[in-house]
Design a protein around this ligand. Sequence first.
Ligand SMILES: [Zn+2]
Ligand SMILES: [Zn+2]
Length: 163
Amino acid sequence: MKSGCNLVLINSENKKLFHKIIFHIFATLSHLFMTPFHFLAENNLSKTTGRVNILNILLNSISALSEREIQEKLEGICDRATIYRTLKLFVRSGIIHPIATEGMVTRYILKKEPEEHVHFKCVDCGSIVCLPEVQIREYPLPSGFSKKEASLLITGICKGCSI
Ligand SMILES: [Zn+2]
Ligand SMILES: [Zn+2]
């Protein structure tokens, strides 16, 4: 009886892991048909090795990445100044958008939605994603205050981890 219970537990854990892997594979596949050249051409930017490398990293990441995480992935390939300049250029061009996360760390993700939307951080897998279907609503501000922009980061368990 006891071993039967244990077996059920192991199976459900394996099933959860399997679903998690499948979910992440599909999320990555959805970006596969986009290339760095598509983003550069669309924004009239010339092809440079640095720009292509950084776009490749962002295209292959489901989660938003910090400048430091991008630097680590491009260690010995791209210098820090190039990465800094390129991220600023991509934000100005609207290719990526910054997400303010905990500890004032800014992470970057490919821009898909022009509207202000909610971001979500999974406390299980650590990924930070856009929720374009959840728009940030207007909050009434006290008189004398005017809004420039709003950001909202919700933490919890993502779809892939809650299966
Ligand atoms: Zn997760
Ligand atoms: Zn976003």
